[in-house]
Structure formats: structure tokens, C-alpha cells
Design a protein around this ligand. Sequence first.
Ligand SMILES: [Zn+2]
Length: 333
Amino acid sequence: MKDKLQILCYHGFETYDETSFRPKLFIKKATFNKRLELISKYRFPVLTLDDALYKLRNNKLPRNAIVITIDDGFYNVLGIAADILNAHKYPVTLYLTTYYVQKNSPIFRLVVQYMFWKTKKREVSFGGCAWNKNENMDVRIDNDKERERIIWDCIDYGENECSEPERMRICQLLGSLLGVNYQQIRDSQILSLLTLDEAKLLDRKGINIQLHTHRHYFSVDDEAKAKKEIVDNRKVLDEIVDYPTNHFCYPSGIWNKDQWPWLEQMSVYSATTCLPGLNNSECPAFGLKRFLDGEYINEMEFMAELFGFMELARALRKKTKDFIIKWTPDFRQ
Ligand SMILES: [Zn+2]
């Protein structure tokens, strides 16, 4: 695959059981290590993001070039991933979202979802809980619809109407109602982002840290709000690194082309999406594609992606679809 750049994307690294909770969001240490061993075994060159983008634009990419990126900045990037990457001497770019970097608490919405996943209780009474909007106080946890409703009522209430200390109290109460130890979740940092000092340690280990918004949100229709996210994010990153931060990753993979001039005005040079595929010199700098790896991908799928077979399959699927559209009579005429 000459002149094609593969950008890999990771999120969290498992300490206990996070890959069973969210196999797309987390990966086991052994799986991640194996991935890097495979990249090394087949001698795929791993480049820094800056170097790869320069070579991509100037048609100087080596064959099978790879860039490794990590989103969000979970604590275990330091606890697990950094040492594995350093052992292989592979460069990595970490897109760090900074709101929780400044708080000393795990990510509220993930904690709520994790505790409902973890609980062994089948029915819980949420009488007296401010977020329970339903008159029925007893909720069947084993009923998907009832469980999802109470989870999102709780998340919406906490995120929209509460301060961080209030959210922590909700987690504490939820933990005791569901029989899940919230303190342990906090102490183990499994659902926490890096603190400022931990992020500085990563910087000292040579990990490149870049933009991912402050509150993990990038408005698609409010320019001022979107730009403020970059300003606030950059302000915290400036305390961590001593180089300019001008690479960006769209939070939750949500983006549109209207945002591109805003990025340009904020001196951002590149932006990565969650769209699968390889990048060539024609790819727009603010629409770079990535392969989302995680525990949900098996080794054969990973290898197929690495060797470009999946790109071929995607192209074939598109061609077949175009062919069917072209040759299927339109009965509406
Ligand atoms: Zn993210």
C-alpha cells in the first residue's frame, strides 16, 4: 500500500473487566502488546503524526506507513500503554480532553453505565432519587428498556443540573443502591482520565499530546462554542507541553465540513475522524480516516485491516452498491 496512511485509534486499556463492559472502548494489555508485535514483525513503519502528514502531502510515505493515536487520555495510557509503546520505540499521539484532567473524579457518565452493568441486583427502588422522573420507584434492572431509561435520566440530570461534587454524591448513592463499590472505581482510576501531573509524566516519556476539546464536545452549528472548546483545551495542554498543539480529533467522531474554517482559524493543521479507511494525498487534512481498534476486533480482522484487505472489501462493497443502484429499475417512474 504505497502512499496510503493507516491511522490506528485506541481509547482505554483494561485493568479489571473494562473490556467486558465496553469492548469497543477498551483493549486488554496482552492484546495491545500483540498488536504492536505484529506491526513490528511485519516491519510496518510507525511514524509520528507530523512526519506522516508531511510525507502524505508530499508523496513521500514509506509503504504500509502507520500512525498510532489514542483518544481521551484514560489513566491507563500511563499505567499500561506508555511502557508497551516505549518498549517498541513507537511514537504515539494522545488526543487529550481536559475537563476531567482538572477534576479528581472519574467520568460521570461512564461510572453510571458501568455500575448498572456491574450490579447483580435485578430490581432496585429509586424512590427519593432526584433523577428518577418516573412515578414508579422500583426499576427492573434486567429489563433493557427500564434500565436504559433510568440510566439516561440519571446521566442527563447529573450532566445538566449538577456540579462535580453533586455528581460524585450521585455516584456514591447509586453505588450503594446497586451494590457496587464506587470508591473502588475511583481509587483504581479505571474510568478516570489522567491528572495534570500524570499527563506531564507522559509528556516526559515522549508522548505527543494534542487537542480533543475541553468538555469532549465540538458544536456543529455554534462557531463561538466550538472555538471556546479549543481555547479551553489548549489552555490546559499549554500547562503540560512546551510545543504548539495544532492537531485535533473530533470528540465522538461527530463533525461536518462547516467546522473546517473554524479549525483553520484556530491554527489547527489536521483533524482525525472515526471513519474507517486509509488516507491518501487527496484526503482533506480535516477529514482523516482512522481504524478504531479495541478488544472487539480479533487478530485476523486486525491483520486484514493492516494489509489493506478491509479497504479493498469496502471499495468492492461500494462498487457493488453503485452497480445495483445503476441497474435496478426505478419503479417510481
Ligand atoms: Zn474522545
